[in-house]
Design a protein around this ligand. Structure first.
Ligand code: SF4
Length: 361
């Protein structure tokens, strides 16, 4: 099977690992795409759902599984070898006050350091405002992270991850605080501390702040690229899936995108589009087209139904839907000369939660 289709299949159907736990631990709960694990196929590392209900029913599995490699199977049929990135060395360290580094930041894919600087969100605890796909506070509840990472802690962990494991860039996201800057100020404080310690490209992710002057402050603090995530586009889908965030209109996101591109540069601003939540193929492609024309990279990702969220039983999108979406969005990207490779840092550069970057080649 060609690699693009195999990755698309694995990301929509998941991988059934059973009791086997090779490689670096997967992510359960937390912000953004989750309940998945990094696997490497033919040199490409992707995140594949393993803890979801869909994954437990998946025909894809692994046999002859060692610590960091095995044989990918479909039914009983072997498909080729698969490897699993090893746990990074920085996971074995702790801060002076006794916090394991892995509670402060995680290795994503094989060379990305990722953290949620604030693990609580003003929208999360009230079901009338919470995003139904999100599990941001689950990892906090199970003691797998801490509520707020200090700038010094992040700088310490980032320096170790670069020194010991050669991470190439960093993603900092945040739960949305009550403040009108939407977390931009704290992300800037964290970036300043990290850049003071180590040279590491950083992407920050937050909702659009009230005042776009924050983009200049973020850039001045050392943030290289910015993610502001639409997730869904159609008003009815937004109101149903993320009622709190839907109060910020799509038009405001587009104003923020235009202002952010002025500061961070063409192709250095990105947004997640979660396919499978209800937006049609036409809507997702037309929105991607509009974003690309503005200089924003549309990071289209299959929705993953995360355990213990209201959407745990919601079906993942079909392989056919994702394949058609990737083909059409990658055509638009190619037409505009926009590539994930040229992004300095962040999810769209990493690309592991989507098969889109494999379609760019
Ligand atoms: S795309 Fe983003 S969330 Fe997914 S593995 Fe890469 S850095 Fe992590």
């Amino acid at each position: 099977m060609e690699q693009q289709r195999l990755i698309t299949e694995l990301q929509t159907r998941g991988l059934h690992l059973g009791e086997v736990t090779p490689g670096v631990a997967g992510r359960q709960g937390g912000a953004g795409p989750s309940d998945h694990k990094a696997i490497t196929l033919d040199g490409t590392t992707v995140m594949v759902p393993i803890y979801t209900g869909t994954a437990s029913q998946s025909p894809y599995g692994v046999k002859n599984c060692g610590l960091d490699q095995g044989e990918l199977t479909y039914g009983r049929q072997p498909l080729g070898s698969v490897s699993f990135p090893r746990p990074p060395q920085f996971y074995s360290l702790t801060t002076a006050d006794g916090i394991p580094y892995w509670k402060i930041a995680l290795l994503h894919s094989h060379d990305v350091l990722a953290t949620t600087v604030q693990q609580t969100c003003m929208r999360y605890r009230d079901e009338s405002t919470a995003c139904q796909f999100c599990a941001i506070e689950k990892s906090l509840a199970s003691d797998r992270t801490i509520a707020r990472k200090t700038p010094d802690q992040l700088a310490e962990v980032a320096a170790a991850a670069v020194r010991l494991d050669g991470v190439k860039h960093m993603v900092m996201t945040t739960g949305t605080p009550h403040t009108s800057d939407r977390g931009a100020a704290y992300l800037s404080d964290c970036a300043r501390a990290i850049k003071g310690r180590v040279s590491l490209p950083i992407q920050a992710q937050c909702e659009p702040p009230d005042d776009f002057v924050w983009f200049q402050r973020m850039k001045a603090a050392g943030i290289d690229s910015l993610g502001m995530h639409l997730e869904a586009v159609d008003d009815a889908v937004r109101a149903r899936i993320m009622p709190g965030k839907a109060e910020v209109p799509v038009s405001y996101y587009f104003e923020a995108f235009a202002a952010a591109v002025q500061v961070f540069g063409w192709g250095q601003v990105s947004t997640y589009l979660l396919a499978g939540l209800g937006d049609s193929l036409e809507t997702l492609v037309a929105t991607s087209d509009r974003l690309i024309r503005l200089g924003v990279y549309p990071f289209v990702v299959p929705f993953v139904p995360i355990t213990d969220t209201p959407l745990a039983q919601h079906p993942a999108p079909s392989t056919e839907f994702m394949f058609a979406l990737y083909q059409q969005v990658s055509d638009l990207l190619q037409g505009a000369g926009m590539t994930s490779e040229r992004i300095k840092a962040g999810c769209a550069k990493c690309g592991a939660c989507s098969a889109l970057s494999t379609f760019e080649r």
